[in-house]
Design a binder for this molecule. Sequence first.
Ligand SMILES: CCCCCCCCCCCCC/C=C/C(=O)SCCNC(=O)CCNC(=O)[C@H](O)C(C)(C)COP(=O)(O)OP(=O)(O)OC[C@H]1O[C@@H](n2cnc3c(N)ncnc32)[C@H](O)[C@@H]1OP(=O)(O)O
Length: 726
Amino acid sequence: MAQYARGAAAVAVIRLRNPPVNALSLTVLQALEDGLKRADADPSVKAVTICGENGKFSAGADIRVFSSPKKQGLGLGPIISLIERSEKPVVAAIEGIALGGGLEVALGCHYRIAHVQARMGLPEVTIGLLPGAEGTQRLPRLIGIPAALDIITTGRHVPATEALKLGLVDEVVEENTVEAAIRLATKLIGQPLGHRRLSLRPVPRLPNMEAFLSDALMKVKKRAQGCLAPELCFQAIKAATELPFADGVRKERELFNILLTSGQAKALQYAFFAERAVEKWTTPNGASWKSASPQPIRKAAVIGLGTMGRGIVTSLVKAKIPVVGLEQDLEYLNTGRKAVMLLLEREAMKMEQGAQTLDFHNPARLQFTVDFDVLRDVDLVIEAVFENMALKKEIFNKLSRICKPEAFLCTNTSALNIDEIASVTNRPQQVIGTHFFSPAHVMRLLEIIYGRHTSPTTIATAMQLAKVMKKVGVVVGNCFGFVGNRMMFPYTQQAVFLLEEGSRPEDVDRVLEDFGFKIGPFRMSDLAGLDVGWRSRKDQGLTGPSLAPGTPARQRRGYRYSPLPDLLCEKGRFGQKTGKGWYQYEKAGGRISKPDPWIHSFLSEYRDTHQIKTRFIDQEEILERCLFALISEGFDILAEGIASGPEHLDVIYINGYGWPKHRGGPMFYASTVGLPNILAKLQKYSEMHPDVPQLRPSAFLKKLVAMGNPPLNDWMSYLHRQSNKL
Ligand SMILES: CCCCCCCCCCCCC/C=C/C(=O)SCCNC(=O)CCNC(=O)[C@H](O)C(C)(C)COP(=O)(O)OP(=O)(O)OC[C@H]1O[C@@H](n2cnc3c(N)ncnc32)[C@H](O)[C@@H]1OP(=O)(O)O
């Protein structure tokens, strides 16, 4: 709702009220409209101030409305016109946030005052929409085309100080914003308002408008990577340069409706709520965010200053948590220290106020050592050494003796058993997996893995740590590869099998990149280094000296196996680092991949050696085999209780594995393809490849199909229900 009150003798105050973020629901809009009409009708009211309850103007339209059947009432534009037409001055008092429809309301006001801490933006593009309440037509008239294009097509939040420079707000205050707005409104009584009505203003011209727009469109398309909304935002803004206001609004509405009914908006809005849903973690034994309290982390330590450790230290410094970086000897320490300092210099440059804000030259904030004793007083340690169980156990045993009893011990591992690591400590309840993604100071995902003995407090503390590091923490159970890498295995396995059967690396990558992945599986493997997986397969006895003599080349433990990646490694082709992998590169360490004729003839010789008949594999088969195998593994993970809902898997894939957000994550995608279709295809591929267990459809998937293909929100409720069709 919105509360109507008198702020001063002649000023009415309309306060948007819908906790927690004053989202604009139908009720709020109705109350806003009622308030405006009441102020208009009351001759003693001479001016109006619009503000929000609890220090927040408004986060915009209630996003849930867009997927509700009642969305025909999306009538914010007419109310904004009503504000603008008012003969009494209307001043927006912006505190906290004014986003989306919230900012559009403020744009309808004649003046805008913002608190210095406030942020403004039109983030509709991030949920697959455009500012559909006339924002694409008013904002360019206020701040010009270049700034409006930037704000609308990126959806970024603009701090108040920048908003003032852009002319988005008229004044920034440090005091009580509502009182300042009431004062301004009082001063404005009786003054002409015509020039303050944005719909009546022309769009500021640029000398080279056409060239500017065509260049801007190219940039928008490049950034969009298959996402529809940025380009339609562009078109709506372009319409503002070509059409009168009313026609521009009609064009905006037309484009908005295209987006609203597109699957992409639905997927992006699902992703928005999924990210918030995973914050509310639970475990199968009943622990949950509701009852567990995080412990404060006043000082942390990171062991190992390799690629991962450096990124983790950088993230902690950015989160303003004092940190100690530890290495095994002075040589490694110095290399690690230099690398961390370089990362921090770069981060400081990116930050508004520069190095001063990070304060990383202060030893109380960042310290380097080779001495474990320095870790005596830290509240939390993140071990980020080489992926080797014996080494990790040795370190945890040492930590358990040195660190104070209440300290938390985290291991950065992508697959190793958390319980085994915890078993060598005197506090298994305080041991937890924290799987960062490389580069750790950039990637948002943090997989948080609880072991058999991990306490709820430890989970809550790790989740809180993720939050302060501005990461998305996702709580998952302990199994080989956890969620992300476990689902990745069948995906990359299928990609390699497709090469055996007739595809080329660039064919497979192109299909998955066209689907929207930032990078296909072979380019990814070249980037990460083929030697990483090779080492792990040697440790597992799948290849190398420990492989039993006489093992068939393409079979392990009775199932199909492809030795292709091992053969490449034996030839020293580790990917980008050696200049050759699945592709060739301009030099060792080069980044520009080119298809490699050597690989093509190597694959054809390989097929001859193993008497595999090369066949043409179409895009559909490439996509389905890679994605449906990954999705089937996801259903197994849900059935085993490793993750507490499909949203968890989707958030992990979007934030850690380059899954295209506008497709909502693998499990959401499965729901859009339809579970019966996925099941049928997996059954077909499984019959074609009976020696590949990863193509056999998950029992949980089969059950959901037998239960009538329920919507994704209901999947988990079917886990323990009986199905008589199975
Ligand atoms: C019956 C039909 C009636 C229709 C009438 C409706 C009017 C529609 C007008 C149509 C006009 C179209 C044009 C306008 C479009 C829009 O405005 S789209 C929305 C644009 N806004 C956003 O995208 C902002 C999204 N929110 C955020 O970015 C962040 O939440 C935040 C505001 C910056 C706050 O962040 P933080 O403090 O970290 O808190 P969170 O955990 O993220 O959020 C707290 C809870 O609030 C929920 N929430 C946030 N924003 C919205 C929202 N816009 N709609 C609905 N709910 C929202 C969020 O989910 C959290 O909820 P819980 O998890 O349950 O706590």
